[in-house]
Design a protein around this ligand. Sequence first.
Ligand SMILES: Nc1nc2c(ncn2[C@@H]2O[C@H](COP(=O)(O)OP(=O)(O)OP(=O)(O)O)[C@@H](O)[C@H]2O)c(=O)[nH]1
Ligand SMILES: [Mg+2]
Length: 249
Amino acid sequence: MTNEIPEAQPAEPLTEKLALAWTHTARFLTTASQLIHLPTTELPEIAFVGRSNAGKSTAINTLAQQKRLAFASKTPGRTQHINLFELGPKDAADALFADLPGYGYAAVNKSAKLRWQKVMADYLAVRRSLSGVVLMVDSRLGLTDLDKQLLEFVAARVATGEIKLLVLLTKSDKLNRKEADAALRATSEFLGGMTTENSDVSVTLFSALKKSGVGDVALALREWVVAHQVPDAVPDSVLAAQPPAPAED
Ligand SMILES: Nc1nc2c(ncn2[C@@H]2O[C@H](COP(=O)(O)OP(=O)(O)OP(=O)(O)O)[C@@H](O)[C@H]2O)c(=O)[nH]1
Ligand SMILES: [Mg+2]
């Protein structure tokens, strides 16, 4: 007779419902106008990037099913800092969302524009914990030159799979079926050039207004986080953050 080793219970299958329950846990962590003020973290971070007014803050609110988590506004250029949101159980956060300042808004004065574009470029270049990029693109405009520049910037790390990429064609409620198909096709064609056997690159239509694509996106982001490699050693910063043992009476 052989000794039977009990099989590990398979993890609960990931469903849209679970993924949305996870995105719903998003809460404000901190805001920073400069990279050096961002906390260092071992948690996988997912950055929401895109042109000003593309719908980044609205997408974060919609995913989180919260009205005013990230500041959305009719005034382009509203988000001027990097805002971090924490997700997962309160005592065991497992990921961060970063809402980044939008780029390409013409009416912002030139020095401010350059400053914010630099914040974003630096963020993408140096943020070690960056594990995913959600690029929001107004579905009526498609990928603009600035979006393509941003993609070029992260292309090498997207090719290796180090950074995962999801393009959201936002405000899809403004398109009819034929226009939506054309927008999807054009974007997929461009992204095809960035896809390798190791990459995780996708594109989907998204409407915060109609709440379409929300479950799919939550699921994709949750999958990124679950797949994210757990570092071998417990980092010192985590050990240092352990609360002291309660004093005995
Ligand atoms: N019709 C429609 N409008 C949307 C949708 N998502 C966002 N908007 C509108 O687009 C405008 C800009 O949205 P924001 O979420 O503030 O855009 P942002 O990308 O965060 O902008 P910045 O912070 O300036 O970079 C707001 O007026 C939103 O109401 C959508 O799915 N459908
Ligand atoms: Mg914003």
